[in-house]
Ligand binder design. Structure first.
Ligand code: SAJ
Length: 422
């Protein structure tokens, strides 16, 4: 089959590569010169080695071609972003992708929407944009929503092994989508209707957001009670029906903090818990900033280094990263700081490029992200680079005994006051 993949981001590009690798002719379309020129010149690299090798090979074989312009295909897969701005979902990229497809749509084609969308969008605006082709959904072409559900950092495995939801507008759409994706998906594919598939995806991510929010709220309550939350959670999680997630400095990325708003938009009155959970998670960077302020005051320090600017461990992805909001909050309070991340240098003014620069002249190091490079840092080595001996561990991953042995004080996130008592 000839497949057009629109949007070559963290889902679209690997999907295009996997289709091409399984023998289809694939045309990848994107608006970014970095992506198109990079792929065409062989200088674009994917974060996962296996996918990177596959990308180079399908481009060399000509089974994947990438371009700014779309062309006629038998199936179209849409994986463009659907960001949320001021609590509203922006469908502009989706609209432009669908209107673009409408120009080439012909009898018998299949359109698959992978982008995350709120309930009702497939049979609402998406169908309407596609029908500007003059063709009727169902009668002339097939349409399904197949939400992507992969976790960045493990894309190849998740794309091939995860179960999929197929939410077609009719049975034929579901059958066509199943046949197409069977070329690389080994996981179970569950068929339903478009509205259910849209709802499933946002329920999943909202469920995770709320579960993280309760962990964060428990941390704040434990802090008030002077109970070590990490110890309390570890014990509570021994219970067979309890699974408290990890509290942390906030919820970043482009999915978990975004998708709940798709439900809020549909049911603003009813989604009270969802909104509260969002507010709780959004307040966490500020909680870290306040703790930093308190520790600096107690140790008579002035400057902090924030270790980690990605939204989570072992990725260079900084979308919606909590660190960004922490930096803002600390700046507003007049605290001197720098940020350090082995994966990236961000244009925040305060971002430094080496561990040595990061720890030079600081009084406190706040470990925000559990990058392996931080968790496995040698306390003895760090001790030779800086006079700073105070660490706030927001990840609870540092080996406290080893750090204390090397002369550091580890301040526990949610329980740091304990370490300030002499
Ligand atoms: N986080 C916590 N505590 C936890 C788990 C995560 O504070 O116990 C934070 C992380 O540090 C990060 C944020 O939440 O800032 C989101 O991280 P994540 O690992 O939960 O999720 P993503 O955004 O990397 O990927 C998610 C995945 N969903 C789930 O794990 C339930 C993935 O399956 C989805 O497909 C993806 O969102 C998406 O695209 O929707």
């Amino acid at each position: 089959m000839k497949i057009g993949v629109i949007g070559l981001g963290y889902v679209g590009l690997p999907t295009a590569v996997l289709f091409a690798n399984s023998g289809h002719q694939v045309v990848g379309v994107d608006v970014s010169p970095r992506v198109i020129d990079g792929i065409n010149s062989g200088t674009y690299h994917m974060e996962e080695e296996l996918l990177d090798t596959m990308l180079q090979s399908v481009v060399a074989q000509g089974t994947l071609r990438v371009n700014y312009d779309l062309e006629a295909c038998d199936a179209f897969v849409v994986a463009v972003p659907t960001p949320v701005t001021n609590y509203k979902i922006e469908l502009k990229y989706l609209e432009s992708a669908c209107r673009n497809i409408a120009r080439f749509l012909k009898q018998g084609d299949l359109v698959v929407i992978e982008s995350t969308i709120g309930p009702g969008v497939t049979t609402g605006p998406i169908q309407a944009w596609l029908e500007e082709s003059g063709l009727k959904a169902g009668a002339d072409f097939s349409l399904t929503h197949m939400p992507e559900r992969v976790i960045p950092g493990n894309i190849f495995k998740e794309l091939t092994e995860n179960g999929r939801v197929i939410g077609g507008i009719d049975r034929t759409s579901n059958e066509k989508a199943r046949a197409l994706y069977s070329s690389f998906v080994k996981g179970e594919m569950l068929e339903t209707d478009a509205m259910t598939a849209e709802t499933v995806k946002v329920l999943e991510n909202t469920y995770r957001d709320i579960n993280i929010a309760i962990a964060n709220e428990f941390l704040i309550i434990c802090d008030k009670l002077n109970v070590n939350p990490w110890e309390a959670f570890a014990i509570a999680n021994q219970h067979p029906r309890v699974n408290i997630l990890n509290p942390g400095p906030g919820v970043g990325g482009h999915c978990i903090p975004v998708d709940p708003w798709f439900l809020v938009e549909k049911a603003p009155e009813e989604a009270a818990l969802i909104k509260t959970a969002r507010a709780r998670n959004n307040a966490m960077p500020n909680k870290v900033a306040s703790d930093i302020l308190d520790i600096l005051a107690a140790i008579q320090g002035k400057k902090v280094s924030l270790f980690g600017t990605s939204y989570k461990a072992n990725t260079g992805d900084a979308r919606e990263t909590p660190t960004q909001y922490m930096v803002q909050s600390l700046h507003e309070r007049g605290i001197a700081l720098n940020t350090y991340d082995p994966f990236q240098i961000l244009p925040w003014g305060s971002s430094v490029g080496s561990l040595q620069e990061a720890v030079d002249g600081v009084d406190l190091i706040a470990v925000i992200v559990a990058h392996t490079a931080f968790v496995e840092l040698s306390p003895e080595q760090l001790a030779t680079l800086t006079n700073c001996r105070h660490i706030l561990d927001c990840t609870n991953r540092l080996d406290r005994a080893a750090w204390e042995q090397a002369g550091f004080t580890i301040h526990t996130f949610g329980h740091f006051r304990n370490s300030l008592v002499k």
